[in-house]
Design a binder for this molecule. Structure first.
Ligand code: GPW
Length: 829
């Protein structure tokens, strides 16, 4: 750069200390400066929370440096980018993850120590960013970490909800929901981009327009809202690359409601404007249930429209020919929630950029890929046509056109098979005419991915069968993974250090397959000893948490037996509780002398129920009722304890997972698309008790069936068992424990009646009765293994050693190479 600009740049460089320094004195100065000038507290008087605020700003400064460099570099190189569209991101805390990825955790811990603060205590001041429900949302977060670490030119796009997932409060054993107004204490991890805004339109009418001899559609909106970008830097590990998660917030637009200003009702007009903000106000707390709510549809379109406008703007900054669009842009749909992006791209290309229909649809077909996360047909999203007609009239027209052309093509291929045609149509003609978001996504994407091998098989055989037969080459699977940075390095620092010590390298943090190197030492008594020590300390940490939370003292010699995940009937927390009742019943009926042989258990259950999901809420209450009885039975003592951990979230998981001996994954086979919790436990050396469902089938291949406790009906048995109808040979033990609940042994007899009905013969859709015997056998096998601590520790080491394939790094690399067609773009500065 020369001339005036060059001189300016030189002056800037001269003024800049490039870059911020990470020695202890610089870090301390930095933290104190932020205490004084950012937090506005005296550097002689600040508390742990203020220390957290100052610390996070100091970390953020370092993130920003790398982020600027990365973004500048991407701009200069102009590689093909992937845009990851998701309505949910469950990021959890940022501080601990950032300092690990920046490689300066220890330096910060020392710096804080010298200022008289303890790093762990300060880091715990941070609240979770809980902009998502469960597995799907946490997967997005893990994948962002991998995208950054592997240097991919990627962007995440989502919604900046003001209220994240509700906080779960338990009163008398019942779940109550409290709003999570997470922004109350400020959020240092985001940067508001007041200049990055886009108008998003709603309602109104569509009119015809003739321009330069061409006929176009013009959408005259009835309402306009402004989307404002909030950027969250996502640092990679062991690289300078720092990518962006851009979340949109809704703000009133200057043109929000022009009419009411003109009618003179100023006050009402201002009040009305505030309504715009409701679009990004609250996350819907029910995963996999679609209610056809207008606000939800508005959220989906709002974030998709702003993202698509942003992507097209970025493309147009460097290109003028849309035929190059597919060489520069890959759009990934995280489930069908963002599927309106397809229609929005069509609309902009055709109505605003004036491309002809075929050219636009050709471009769309090259850029979109879609990942499904569900197995069951009822889980597929539908948008009522009436709703869409009023909210997005032009989009409905476009969907009709896409569908018309698709069905015409289809007829040529399969003839007039009307049943099949109507199944495959994007429009469902039913009592409520609606848009099938999955069909739209499949028709307009070049690739459809499942999230595990079994999942893809089920998609091909059931919900997407017709499409698979039409386009077999579109269907792939990418088994989910989780990031070892958060799930080992951040959450289990002592295990992390131990692994590095034995492998002689920290390289596994980027190249997790190296964990297989532990196999060779699995029987080594020195490693086993250290492994046991690390696990014991983690159990201690968890026991302290349990005591602080519930007052319950638990024995460290007991097996910590954990099930944490959203409460769903298909995940069968009820099976777990009924198993615990059985265990209790057995102990009670045992000769005192036999009790010495009992393996003590601390059963830990945690998870949220969707606020409107009655059965799930009853399961939570049952858990508390059973816990009340067992924990107060001095006759049973330490042999059995049951704890419900309230308000399960990412940071609770980070504490619980490293302290678990056994974890349970009990979904009725064929119901869990993948499951990712199991992978986190596996990485931490926790043994799995599981059904052969979702990704578990692949975990078995890695670590061996003899290294875990498997039970229950297999994927292919389930439909047969259901077909067969009521099993006349009901398991007696099962009948007995259900009867105990029914008869009011744990109180609340009337309240639990309907819950018991869900597992009664003839009604037991999730097959708890059929699987009970096998479940108890697996439990017994786990108990037997636990008695031999040497063997158990070896199995634990082998679990971690075999977990490498379940890193999101592997998943993301596969997506990059085989779905998105993008390449790493490491920032060299
Ligand atoms: F219904 N998943 C989830 F498929 O957490 F959209 N929420 C959801 O709404 C859906 C799926 C949806 C989960 C799957 O249940 C789980 O098996 C999978 O591991 C996870 O998504 C990530 O793929």
């Amino acid at each position: 750069v020369s001339g005036e600009q060059g001189a300016k740049a030189e002056r800037m460089f001269a003024l800049m200390d490039r870059f911020l320094k990470n020695d202890p004195i610089s870090l301390q100065k930095d933290i104190l400066d932020h205490v004084e000038y950012t937090v506005a507290r005296s550097r002689f008087n600040f508390d742990d929370f203020e220390a957290y605020q100052a610390l996070s700003h100091s970390v953020r400064d370092r993130l920003i440096e790398r982020w600027h460099d990365t973004q500048l570099y991407f701009k200069r190189k102009d590689p093909k980018r992937v845009y990851f569209l998701s309505l949910e991101f469950l990021m959890g805390r940022s501080l601990s993850n950032s300092v690990i990825n920046l490689g300066i955790r220890d330096q910060y811990a020392d710096a804080l120590g010298q200022l008289g603060f303890e790093y762990e205590v300060v880091a715990e001041q941070e609240g979770d960013a809980a902009l998502g429900n469960g597995g799907l949302a946490r997967l997005s977060a893990c994948q962002m970490d991998s995208l950054a670490t592997l240097d991919y030119p990627a962007w995440g796009y989502g919604l900046r909800y003001q209220y994240g997932l509700f906080r779960q409060v338990i009163l008398d054993g019942f779940q109550h929901e409290q709003p999570d107004y997470w922004l109350n204490f400020g959020n240092p991890w985001e940067i508001e981009r007041i200049h990055v805004t886009y108008p998003v339109k709603f309602y109104g009418t569509v009119e015809d327009e003739t321009l330069n001899g061409g006929k176009y559609k013009v959408w005259i909106p009835g309402e306009m809202v402004e989307a404002v970008a909030y950027d969250n830097p996502i640092p990679g590990y062991g690289t300078r690359n720092t990518i962006t998660l851009r979340l949109w917030a809704a703000k009133p637009s200057d043109q929000y409601d022009i009419e009411s200003y003109n009618t003179g009702d100023y006050i009402n007009a201002v009040v009305n404007r505030q309504k715009a903000e409701t679009i990004s106000s609250v996350l819907y707390p029910d995963d996999r249930s679609y209610q056809g709510k207008e606000l939800r549809l508005k959220q989906q379109y709002f974030f998709v429209s702003a993202s698509v406008q942003d992507i097209i703007r970025r493309f147009k900054d460097a290109h003028s020919n849309f035929d190059e669009f597919p060489e520069k842009v890959a759009l990934q749909l995280n489930d069908t929630h963002p599927s309106l992006a397809i229609v929005e791209v069509m609309r902009i290309l055709v109505d605003e950029e004036h491309l002809d229909w075929n050219r636009a649809s050709d471009i769309v077909g090259k850029i979109f890929s879609f990942t499904s996360h569900t197995v069951i047909a009822e889980g597929l999203e539908k948008i009522p046509v009436d709703l869409l007609a009023s909210l997005l009239p032009r989009h409905l027209q476009i969907i009709y056109s896409i569908n018309f052309k698709f069905v015409e093509e289809l007829k040529k291929k399969i003839g007039l098979d009307y049943n099949r045609l109507s199944r495959m149509s994007i429009i469902e003609e039913g009592a409520v005419k609606s848009i099938r978001s999955a069909n739209l996504s499949i028709v307009c994407s070049h690739t459809v991915n499942g999230v595990s091998r079994v999942h893809l098989e089920l998609l091909k055989a059931n919900v997407f069968k017709d499409f698979y037969e039409l386009w077999p080459e579109k269907f792939q699977f990418k088994t989910n993974g989780v990031t070892q940075r958060r799930w080992i390095v951040v959450s289990n620092p002592s295990l992390s250090a131990l692994i590095s010590k034995w492998l002689g390298t920290e390289a596994w943090i980027r190249d997790v397959e190296l964990l297989t190197g532990l196999r060779e030492y699995a029987a080594d008594s020195f490693l086993q000893h250290e492994w046991k020590m690390v696990r014991k300390v983690n159990k201690m940490r968890l026991a302290e948490y349990i005591e602080a939370m519930s007052g319950l003292k638990v024995s460290l010699d007991a097996m910590f037996d954990v099930q944490i995940k959203r409460i769903h009937e298909y995940k069968r927390q009820l099976l777990n509780i009924l198993g615990i009742i059985h265990r209790y019943d057995c102990i009670k009926n045992m000769e005192k002398s036999d009790r010495r042989k009992v393996v003590p258990h601390v059963c830990i259950i945690g998870g949220k129920a969707a606020p409107g999901y009655e059965v799930a809420k009853k399961i939570i209450k049952l858990c508390h009722a059973v816990a009340e009885k067992i924990n107060n039975d001095s006759d049973v003592g330490d042999l059995l304890k049951l704890v419900f951990i309230p308000d399960y979230n990412v940071s609770v998981a980070e504490l619980v997972i490293p302290g678990a001996d056994l974890s349970q994954h009990l979904s009725t086979a064929g119901n869990e698309a993948s499951g990712t919790g199991s992978m986190k436990f596996l990485m931490n050396g926790c043994l799995l008790l599981a059904t052969e469902d979702g990704s578990t089938v692949e975990i078995i291949e890695e670590i061996g069936a003899d290294n875990m406790f498997l039970f229950g009906s297999k994927v292919h048995d389930v439909p047969i068992l259901r077909e067969k109808g009521p099993d006349l040979k009901v398991n007696l033990q099962f009948a007995r424990v259900v009867r105990m609940v029914r008869d009011g042994y744990f109180g609340f007899k009337d309240y639990f009646k309907s819950l018991c009905d869900t597992v009664e013969v003839g009604n037991d859709f999730y097959l708890l009765g059929s699987d009970f015997e096998s479940y108890l056998e697996a439990q017994a096998a786990a108990d037997k293994a636990f008695v031999d601590q040497e063997k158990w520790t070896q199995m634990s080491i082998l679990s971690t050693a075999g977990s490498g394939r379940f890193s999101s790094d592997r998943t993301i690399q596969d997506y990059a190479e085989n779905t998105w067609g993008i390449e790493p773009c490491p920032c060299p500065f």
